[in-house]
Design a protein around this ligand. Structure first.
Ligand code: ZN
Length: 309
């Protein structure tokens, strides 16, 4: 019997099954198992992957091949994201610029566009904080979730993109997601805090198609800790993860300038002139200090930029 192969995207992964979008029927999914060959190749298909599926006569399928990824995260396991939406509250709790800058750097490293959504803007004026990131070249949206203000702009930003939301508990991520699409309101961040960390990791990850087009990953409990734990940036790679510093590349007096304290450093000059926000450069310095202590062999990275799954 001839088998028919189709191309689709993994929308959900649960209990050893992959649910792949059915290109023949919009909105339908094909329940698939992976072929054993993946384990030998050290590839684990994940949500967001574009795959080739061999259909069985019973209407199920086998994932035969994973198309090359443009990016991926380890936890939550997600591939081919267009945007990482970083949810940060302007008050209660106040934003932690260092944590945000670290997450931005990780997103940049993975070549996922970071977008910043500030919540609770009814509690404090976000303009100064927002300006730092707009000046650096990021999209920053301001919301008052309870008043339902700014939600339209968030919806527009999600259109035709594949996005994941990352936010620490208390940042208002689940309230925001609920306002966008009630199907995404299942965030267990608060519950996992009560039960102790790690409980939510058994939950499945799923991509939801938005009515206006685009996909949002339901990533329960996805917080800064998850991103930080699985991504290491070496010191020589760090400057490239601060986009407002890139334009000064090659303008420093010394080759291989670390932009930390060297004379004739174009980046330090830009900080002094107000072209680069001091808080962003401080985060760079702190991350550089951390990165200095990491040796490439310690993390067992075989190829630069590749992540272990
Ligand atoms: Zn420099």
């Amino acid at each position: 019997m001839t088998q028919q192969n189709v191309q689709g995207r993994i929308m959900k992964s649960l209990g050893g099954f992959y649910y792949v979008s059915d290109p023949r029927n919009k909105g339908e999914m094909i329940e698939c198992r992976a072929r054993g060959a993946f384990r030998q190749q050290n590839i684990k298909p994940c949500v967001g992957d574009w795959v080739e599926v061999e259909l069985t006569p019973q209407g199920k399928g086998y994932v035969l091949q994973v198309q090359p990824r443009k990016n991926s995260l380890v936890r939550p396991p997600l591939a081919n994201l267009d945007q990482l939406v970083l949810v940060v509250s302007i008050a209660d709790p106040a934003p932690n610029a260092f944590v945000l800058d670290k997450l931005i750097a990780i997103a940049e490293y993975q070549q996922i566009e970071p977008v910043i959504v500030i919540t609770k803007c009814d509690l404090a004026d976000p303009s100064e904080f927002a300006q730092i990131y707009r000046q650096a070249g990021f999209t920053v949206l301001e919301t008052k979730t309870l008043a339902h203000e700014g939600i339209e702009e968030v919806m527009e930003m999600l259109r035709d993109k594949t996005s994941a939301f990352c936010g620490n508990s208390g940042a208002g991520k689940s309230t925001l997601l609920n306002a966008i699409d009630p199907r995404l309101s299942l965030d267990t961040g608060d519950i996992s805090q009560k039960l102790g960390r790690g409980r939510h990791t058994t939950r499945h990850v799923e991509l939801y198609e938005l009515p206006q087009g685009g996909f949002v990953a339901d990533t329960p409990g996805f917080s800064a800790v998850d991103l930080e734990k699985f991504q290491i940036i070496l010191k020589d790679e760090l400057a490239d993860c601060f986009r407002e510093m890139r334009q000064y590349e090659g303008q420093c007096r010394f080759r291989g300038c670390s932009h930390t304290k060297e004379a004739g450093c174009a980046v330090l000059e830009a900080v002094k002139n107000g072209e680069i926000a001091p808080s962003r450069h401080q985060s760079y310095l702190a991350l550089y200090e951390q990165a200095k202590n990491i040796k490439e062999w310690e993390i067992g990275r075989e190829t630069k930029g590749q992540m272990k799954l």
